[in-house]
Design a protein around this ligand. Structure first.
Ligand code: FES
Length: 137
């Protein structure tokens, strides 16, 4: 895998998302509370665009009438038919053993490291004075 500069940190503040193309693959990059996640932008059900999905939380129930809501903003709901995926791993909560979205590692690299490589700039010009969001694909 090689590393690709896809945005400056300023372009992707907490709560933001961006669709990027790396090596011809559409990748949805999310900033959730300062953590970055990358997922293939194609729902395994029928190909919905996941970058347009709703970020929600995990709802669990141990018994009727009793439920617990957790991990707010970490569950991605496909905009087409509502399948849900863990944004950290790409795993489906409907069929976790069979269905998953391919996750891509995302990191922030300082401008000076980006200039030195091994990153490949494809969508934005590189500026040494800023930090960048980098997808490994
Ligand atoms: S295409 Fe995503 S749930 Fe159907």
């Amino acid at each position: 895998m090689s590393k690709h500069v896809v945005a400056s940190v300023a372009e992707l503040p907490p709560g933001a998302r961006k669709l990027v193309t790396v090596k011809g693959r559409p990748i949805a990059v999310f900033n959730i509370g300062g953590e970055y996640f990358g997922l293939l932008n194609r729902c395994p059900h029928q190909g919905g665009s996941l970058v347009h999905g709703v970020l929600t939380g995990l709802l669990e129930s141990a018994e009727p009438g009793c439920y617990r809501f957790s991990r707010e903003g970490e569950i991605l709901r496909c905009p087409w038919h509502g399948w849900e995926f863990d944004v950290r791993t790409g795993q489906s909560y409907c069929e976790p053993r069979r269905v998953a979205i391919r996750p891509y590692p995302v990191e922030v690299a300082s401008g000076s490291l980006v200039v030195e490589g091994p990153y490949v700039a494809e969508t934005v010009p590189v500026r040494v004075e800023e930090n960048y969001v980098v997808v490994e694909a």
